[in-house]
Design a protein. Structure first.
Length: 542
């Protein structure tokens, strides 16, 4: 014992003895005074009360001192009571899960809806679980399974040199002295493996890592860029990590210290230097001088001590943070599914209205494309798109927005650009006598599509055009739809929906007249009045 502590102990004992002697002397003096002036029975009763009072006082001091000791837990009806997750975080997670359930109810895909509900139920169960999830993560040859084996104190998985041994996540239970929560250790598949199967295993490993309360990232040398990137990404999403430098038995003491220093330098800023731990989970056999093979014991205690220290200090917060993170990620996934669902529905509305307007204008063509008439047709489209995104608009508001889109199309010169694109594409696919009507109808459909896509972006962002306003949104949609691949596919669809119905409904006399006019232009001669008369008679006879 150090001299300073010995002196303190002697002084404390002396003070306690002095106080005890003073207390006994005081009680004896008080008893003598009372017994001198009162009956002995009253003096004895007073002495008994004083002794009882002192006993109660000592018991209270001991009781409350015992409660204030850290790490003490109470027992209720013979059952050990686990520490509770921080109330604020668990409440936020519960509210997030409630909002997720409300979102999931709007998902039409039954498979996706049931998958999200199942994950929500799993997170709800984890709110009251009694274990900490630790995931061992890293490349296939870093020795992850060996680390799990060493932690468990027995062989629980196959350890071998080839990569890809662990194909699915396998979980084992571990109880550390001094920790009340059970530890579930999951050996994840290796990352950075070749082939399709390796990619699938890495996908599973990353999913397990994102669901961990504590991550053990295993390496066997300095960090490569391909290892640094996922480690940094996991740290950025809030994963608490311990960087495990395995296979130190393969290095000299000097080399081990150099690698440790480099590792701590690379992860500075998102992993503490104390959380970079060197171990030898499965040391290599050593041949002794007498020829015998000696198998060293795993050097795993530095990692066990660090895991215990982290979980003892941060365990409840790690569980709460992970539950909250999983709830938020589930909510984001539900929102993405709903967004894709809404976009599909809105695009179907745009496609329906673009061909409705195209058919009407192609049947009764105007001298020029009338954007005001197109806006009138598009007003109902805007109302329906808004309804899909939860915005109830009346027809008057729909007309205002449609007219705003039409003005943006005209001001940017997109009308002329659309007509030019459509005309060029139709000339290669449509008979000459139909081009006039087809151009206006197909161009109107093209412009309706641009406007419709622009309004989808408007409603997606809570009825906000963004910093660039409507002109930037419309211009961006025009650039996306003017690509050759899209134009070819659009015109092909337009021919089937707009041009072919025109051809079927075209009067036969108009077809003959168009053909004859084309013939005259090709022959390039001036017909006589007799020729005109004969052809006129032939048409009348027909």
């Amino acid at each position: 014992m150090p001299p300073s502590r010995l002196v303190t102990l002697v002084a404390a004992i002396a003070i306690i003895l002095g106080m005890a002697i003073w207390l006994i002397s005081s009680i004896a003096w008080l008893y003598a005074q009372v017994s001198w002036n009162a009956p002995p029975l009253l003096a004895n009763l007073l002495l008994l009360v004083l002794i009882a009072f002192l006993g109660i006082l000592i018991w209270a001091v001991l009781y409350y001192s015992n409660l204030l000791q850290p790490g003490k837990t109470s027992k209720i009806k013979g059952k050990k009571q686990l520490p509770k997750i921080p109330q604020q975080k668990s409440e936020v997670a519960a509210e997030t899960l409630k909002a997720v359930r409300q979102q999931v109810e709007r998902i039409q895909d039954e498979v996706a809806r049931e998958a999200l509900l199942q994950r929500a139920r799993e997170i709800e169960r984890s709110l009251a679980r009694g274990s900490v999830q630790v995931v061992v993560f890293g490349t296939g040859s870093a020795g992850k399974t060996s680390v799990v084996n060493a932690l468990m104190g027995r062989v629980v998985g196959l350890v071998s040199a080839p990569m890809g041994t662990t194909e699915v996540g396998e979980t084992y239970c571990l109880q550390l002295q001094g920790l009340e929560r059970e530890i579930l250790i999951t050996d994840s598949p290796g990352i950075l493996e070749a082939g399709i199967a390796g990619t699938e295993r890495e996908k599973l490993a990353r999913q397990l890592a994102t669901e961990a309360d504590l991550l053990l990232f295993v390496v066997d040398n300095d960090l490569r860029q391909s290892e640094y990137n996922p480690l940094r990404t996991l740290a950025e999403i809030g994963k608490r990590s311990i960087l495990v430098f395995n296979k130190i038995d393969l290095y000299t003491q000097e080399d081990k210290e150099k690698i440790l220093a480099r590792l701590r330098g690379r992860v500075r800023g998102f992993i503490s230097a104390m959380d970079v731990v060197a171990i030898a989970a499965n040391p290599q056999p050593v041949r002794l001088e007498n020829g015998e093979i000696f198998q060293p014991q795993p050097d795993i205690m530095p990692l066990i001590r660090r895991i215990a220290a982290v979980l003892r200090a941060e365990g409840e917060d790690l569980i709460a943070d992970n539950i909250l993170l999983q709830s938020q990620r589930l909510g984001e996934e539900a929102r993405r599914l709903i967004e894709r669902q809404r976009r599909r529905q809105a695009e179907k509305v745009v496609e329906r209205y673009q061909w409705i307007g195209a058919g009407a204008i192609a049947a009764v063509p105007l001298p020029v494309i009338d954007l005001l008439a197109t806006a009138a047709v598009n007003a109902q489209m805007v109302v329906e798109i808004g309804k899909i995104y939860g915005c109830e608009l009346n027809l008057e508001r729909g007309k205002e927005l449609a007219l705003l889109g039409a003005k943006a199309l005209a001001s940017l010169g997109i009308v002329e650009g659309a007509v030019k694109l459509v005309s060029t594409a139709l000339q290669l696919n449509v008979a000459t006598y139909l081009i006039g009507k087809a151009i206006q109808g197909v161009s109107a459909a093209y412009l309706t599509r641009i406007a419709g896509k622009s309004f989808i972006e408007y409603f997606r962002h809570d009825q906000d055009w963004g910093d660039g306003g409507i002109t930037e949104v419309v211009q961006r949609q025009f650039q996306l739809t003017r690509k050759d691949e899209f134009v070819k596919a659009f015109v092909k669809d337009a021919i089937a929906r707009v041009v072919e119905p025109l051809q079927i409904n075209q009067p036969q006399s108009e077809i003959i007249e168009k053909e004859e006019e084309t013939t005259y232009q090709e022959e390039e001669y001036e017909p006589s009045p007799l020729d005109w008369g004969q052809k006129k008679q032939r048409r009348e006879d027909w």
